[in-house]
Design a protein around this ligand. Structure first.
Ligand code: BGC
Length: 333
């Protein structure tokens, strides 16, 4: 009888255990913005994959506002999420969010952008240094190794913007030192905002029209720069780089006003993040392939490879991958 009672207690305990395992896992996704098309893909692919793995996702987007993003994180914590996935607007300001999460015992995935000076659980991103290197290599090749250029960096609050610049510097610095490349104007586009990019391009154009390329860090800001070039009658006449393989940027590439972009297969990042988020939520171990110093600790990190895209390999890359349809990029041509 005693044994029977013990067994039923055990069975009951196992049931409780299983139902805790099977209890809906809830993941909080806090985005800086949904303005660039890529973040909508990130959200949709992340949610779809997490749901496939049996989790529920609560999504917040902060519209490039740090106060709002901290509020979003607080509300996700209050809602009892088991894991937080954060794309920070400001990598430094979001350290506060990580602190709040770790006080509540919630693991944090730093998604695409690094959260600085905090105890982040894992950082998932693309090879951001290589993004900058590929952009600069393309520009240098396209202008025959020499010439005057304009440089436009991303948001100064985004650690990625610094990594893209670092990659570009790896290629350009020796050429600038040699005097082969001259930078006639450079600036940072606050919040990656295309209208700030347009202002920077206009400031460059007011100074001089004597340049052969504009090294731009992403497609959104390339759009702003190209608008200013167009108003000056210079669109399609100078090399312009970008990143994200946004639909409109790919259209500009086939039409000749933008020269290249960097395709980052978002599906891979979103899937990996959903997989790790669910594992962390269940308290399972995870694996990372690298580390990155965020000022506080060496954070476990994963860096996914990127692919430069021009009009020559558009079909074999973004279109073959189903990132965009042939029709979306080429129309009915
Ligand atoms: C991302 C880019 C994006 C930019 C603006 C960066 O952190 O890596 O893909 O274009 O933010 O949202």
């Amino acid at each position: 009888m005693k044994l029977k009672a013990l067994l039923s207690v055990l069975v009951l305990a196992m049931c409780v255990c299983f139902s805790a395992q099977a209890k809906d896992i809830v993941i909080g996704l806090s985005l800086d913005t949904l303005k660039e098309a890529r973040w909508q893909k990130d959200r949709d692919m992340f949610v779809a994959e997490a749901e496939k793995l049996g989790a529920k996702v609560l999504v917040q987007s902060a519209n490039s506002d740090d106060t709002r993003q901290i509020k979003d994180v607080k509300s996700l914590i209050t809602n009892g999420v088991d894991c937080l996935v954060i794309v920070p607007h400001d990598g430094a300001a979001m350290a506060k969010g990580v602190e709040l999460a770790s006080e509540a015992g919630i693991p944090v995935i730093s998604y695409d952008r690094l959260i600085k000076d905090s105890d982040v659980t894992v950082y998932l991103t693309f090879d951001n240094i290589n993004v900058g290197e590929e952009q600069a290599k393309f520009l240098v090749d396209a202008i025959g190794g020499k010439g005057k250029i304009v440089r436009m960096y991303g948001a100064p609050t985004d650690n990625n913007a610094k990594m893209f610049k670092q990659g570009q510097d790896n290629i350009l610095d020796p050429l600038i030192k040699k005097g082969d490349i001259e930078v006639v104007h450079e600036d940072w586009a606050v919040d990656w905002n295309p209208s700030n990019a347009k202002k920077i391009m206009n400031a460059a154009l007011t100074k001089t029209k004597d340049f052969v390329g504009v090294l731009v860090s992403n497609d959104g800001t390339a759009g702003g720069a190209i608008q200013a070039l167009k108003e000056a009658g210079m669109d399609g006449k100078v090399i312009v780089t970008g990143q994200d393989a946004d639909e409109v940027a790919c259209q500009r590439i086939v039409n000749g006003t933008q020269s290249m972009t960097i395709y980052k297969p978002i599906a891979k990042l979103a899937k990996k993040a959903a997989d790790l988020a669910v594992k962390l939520a269940k308290g399972e171990p995870i694996q990372a392939t690298g580390t990155i110093d965020n000022g506080y600790t060496d954070v476990a990190a994963v860096f996914l490879p990127v692919i430069p895209v021009t009009k020559d390999n558009m079909r074999e890359t973004v279109i073959a991958d189903g990132f965009h349809s042939e029709k979306a990029i080429y129309g009915d041509k």
